[in-house]
Write a protein that binds this ligand. Structure first.
Ligand code: F3S
Length: 64
């Protein structure tokens, strides 16, 4: 699975980095960044939680 943050949609609430710190981190610009090209298997559940929690639906997940 691959995760993508739409930087235009992100409002910097930080929920994704809290829910799934293995995959998301906040950048200096307070926009979430994806740290890993592929979501590790053991982080998929928390990554889906992060996508669901995002208030602006800025996180897209692609199954691969
Ligand atoms: Fe941004 Fe959504 Fe994360 S608004 S900080 S991508 S939870």
């Amino acid at each position: 699975m691959k995760a993508i943050v739409d930087a235009e949609a992100c409002i910097g609430c930080g929920l994704c980095a809290d829910a799934c710190p293995a995959v998301f981190e906040m950048g200096d610009d307070n926009i979430a960044k994806v740290k890993l090209a592929m979501v590790p298997k053991d982080a998929e559940a928390s990554c889906r939680e992060a996508a669901t929690a995002c208030p602006t639906e800025a996180i897209k997940l692609q199954d691969s």
